[in-house]
Write a protein that binds this ligand. Structure first.
Ligand SMILES: Cc1cc2nc3c(=O)[nH]c(=O)nc-3n(C[C@H](O)[C@H](O)[C@H](O)COP(=O)(O)OP(=O)(O)OC[C@H]3O[C@@H](n4cnc5c(N)ncnc54)[C@H](O)[C@@H]3O)c2cc1C
Length: 419
C-alpha cells in the first residue's frame, strides 16, 4: 500500500506512533493480552489476515469487552462506557465485516446540540464558541502548541471550555492532558499527510461502507455498545485459528512468553500499560429516567458538559434523545450522569440534589448507580514519550492508541497490515 493509500485508509490516525515490533508479524503464534475491544479487534484482524497464524487471546475477567458494558432493565438501556462512535472508516469496516449493519445507525439529527454549563448559563457549543476564547488568543495558542508536549489548557486558553472538553473525554481537567494525544492534527504531531487536508477528507469520505456519516454525527448500535462485543466474540469463537482464554490474568509479557513457549516478539499487550507510576482516574456512572412531561423543559440534544468543580457531575448525556434505537420505555427519557471521583465523595444524595437542580425537580422514575469506571491519564508530553519509547514487546489499546474506540479499532487494522 502506498503512503497516500495508507492515509486514505487511516486518516489522522497515521499521526499516532504504532508501538508494534516489526517481528510480531513473523510470529506463527501470536499471544494477545487483554480481551477489551482492542485485544478482540487485533485478534480478529490478525487471524483474518494470516489464517496460518495461531492467535491466542487472554483475558483476566470471565467476560470479554473490557470497559464496554451495557446495562439493561426492562426497556431501559444504558452504556457504562462508550455509547456511540464518531465517524471513522475503520469502524464502519468492522461493523460491515461483522454483519452488524442493520443494528448500526446514525444518531438522531435533532440531538446534535452540545452545551457547556458556564456559571449558571448553558452555552451551546458551535464555531461561535471560538469568540469566547478569542480567535487571536486561540491562534497564538495553537501556534505555541506546535512545539509539542503542551497541555490542552495551553492549547485552548479558556479554562472552563478546555476543562469541559477534557473532563468529557478523559475525566480530568485540561492542564493534566496532553494536547498531542487528544488533538494531534491541531498540534500537527507526527507525520504530515501527503495530500491537502480537504482533498484527503474528501477521499476518506468516499471509502465509508454502509453509509456516509454526516459531519459531526455519531452512530450507535441497537441494544447498546455490547452488541458489538457480542458479535466480535461470536466471530472469534467461529475462527479456527483463534483461541480465547478467559479468567486468566497475565503477570507480565515475560511470564506470558514463558507460559506459551514463545519469544517476547510474539506478544501483543493490550491490557493497561504496566507502569506503576501511571495515574488512573475514576468516575461513577448513573442512569436516570423521567417521564417526558417531567423533563419537557429540557431541549433535545447530545448533552451538557459541566466544568464547575463545585458540582459533583461533569456531564449529562441525553441517551434517549441521541440514539436511533430505543433506550427508554415509551413516554420516557433517559439521561446518563458522569460523577468524577475527584469531585464526588460517594454520597448519592448529592447526585440526587444536583440532578434536581440541573434536570428536574420531579422525582425520576428510575435512578441507578451503574458502577465505577477507570480511565487512563495522558499527561502533557505523553505522546512525545510514546514515540520515543523502546519496547520489550508490542503494545496496543487505549493506553497507547488514543482514547476513543475509533483509535483502537483503526490501530488493530494497522497492526494486521504488518502481517
Ligand atoms: C466512562 C467511559 C466513557 C467512554 N466514552 C467513550 C466515547 O464516548 N467514545 C469513545 O470512542 N470511547 C469512549 N470511551 C473509551 C473506550 O471505551 C475505550 O477506548 C475502549 O473501550 C478501550 O478498549 P481497550 O481494549 O483498549 O481497553 P479495556 O476495555 O480497558 O480492555 C483491557 C482488557 O484487558 C484486561 N486485562 C487487564 N489486565 C489484564 C491482565 N493482567 N491479564 C489479562 N487481561 C487483562 C481487562 O480485564 C480488559 O478486559 C469511554 C470509556 C469510558 C470508561
Amino acid at each position: 500500500m502506498s503512503d497516500v493509500e495508507h492515509w486514505i485508509r487511516h486518516g489522522v490516525e497515521m499521526r499516532r506512533p504504532l508501538l508494534v515490533k516489526q517481528s510480531l508479524s513473523q510470529s506463527e503464534k501470536v499471544i494477545i493480552v487483554g480481551g477489551g475491544l482492542s485485544g478482540m479487534s487485533c485478534a480478529y484482524r490478525i487471524a483474518q489476515k494470516r489464517p496460518s497464524a495461531e492467535v491466542i487471546l487472554i483475558e483476566k475477567s470471565e467476560h470479554l469487552g473490557g470497559v464496554i458494558s451495557t446495562w439493561t432493565e426492562e426497556e431501559w438501556v444504558c452504556d457504562l462506557a462508550v455509547n456511540a462512535t464518531r465517524a471513522h472508516p475503520a469502524f464502519w469496516r468492522l461493523v460491515k465485516d461483522l454483519n452488524l449493519s442493520k443494528q448500526f445507525q446514525p444518531s438522531r439529527p435533532r440531538a446534535k446540540s452540545r452545551w457547556v454549563l458556564l456559571g449558571e448559563k448553558r452555552h451551546r457549543l458551535s464555531p461561535f464558541t471560538l469568540f469566547k476564547i478569542g480567535p487571536l488568543r486561540l491562534l497564538r495558542a495553537i501556534r505555541g502548541g506546535r512545539k509539542g508536549g503542551v497541555s490542552v489548557a495551553q492549547l485552548l486558553p479558556h479554562k472552563q471550555i478546555a476543562d469541559a472538553l477534557t473532563l468529557g473525554i478523559v475525566n480530568t481537567t485540561s492542564e493534566h492532558v496532553d494536547a498531542d494525544f487528544l488533538m494531534p492534527s491541531m498540534t500537527r504531531f507526527g507525520p504530515i499527510p501527503p495530500l491537502k487536508n480537504s482533498r484527503l477528507k474528501k477521499q476518506i469520505k468516499a471509502t465509508y461502507p454502509l453509509f456516509t456519516p454526516k459531519k459531526g454525527a455519531v452512530a450507535s448500535f441497537e441494544g447498546g455498545m455490547y452488541s458489538l462485543i457480542d458479535a466480535l466474540q461470536n466471530q472469534l469463537e467461529s475462527m479456527e485459528n483463534v483461541t480465547v482464554i478467559t479468567g486468566q490474568s497475565a503477570e507480565s509479557p515475560q511470564s506470558v512468553a514463558s507460559q506459551f513457549d514463545v519469544s517476547l516478539d510474539s506478544i501483543l499487550w493490550t491490557a493497561p500499560v504496566l507502569e506503576t507510576d501511571r495515574e488512573l482516574t475514576k468516575l461513577s456512572v448513573f442512569a436516570v429516567g423521567y417521564r417526558n412531561e417531567d423533563v419537557a423543559h429540557i431541549d433535545y440534544g447530545y448533552g451538557t458538559l459541566i466544568p464547575d468543580a463545585s458540582i459533583p457531575i461533569s456531564g449529562i448525556l441525553h441517551e434517549s434523545d441521541l440514539h436511533h434505537s430505543q433506550r427508554a420505555p415509551e413516554g420516557h427519557r433517559l439521561f446518563r450522569i458522569m460523577a468524577p471521583h475527584a469531585r464526588w465523595d460517594g454520597d448519592e444524595s448529592k447526585i440526587e440534589e444536583s440532578i434536581e437542580r440541573l434536570l428536574s425537580g420531579k422525582k425520576p422514575v428510575i435512578f441507578r448507580n451503574l458502577g465505577v469506571q477507570t480511565i487512563p491519564t495522558y499527561p502533557p508530553g505523553y505522546m512525545q514519550g510514546l514515540s520515543q519509547k523502546s519496547i520489550d514487546c508490542s503494545y496496543a489499546g487505549w493506553g497507547v492508541s488514543g482514547v476513543s474506540i475509533t483509535h483502537v479499532v483503526d490501530e488493530a487494522e494497522r497492526v494486521a497490515e504488518l502481517f
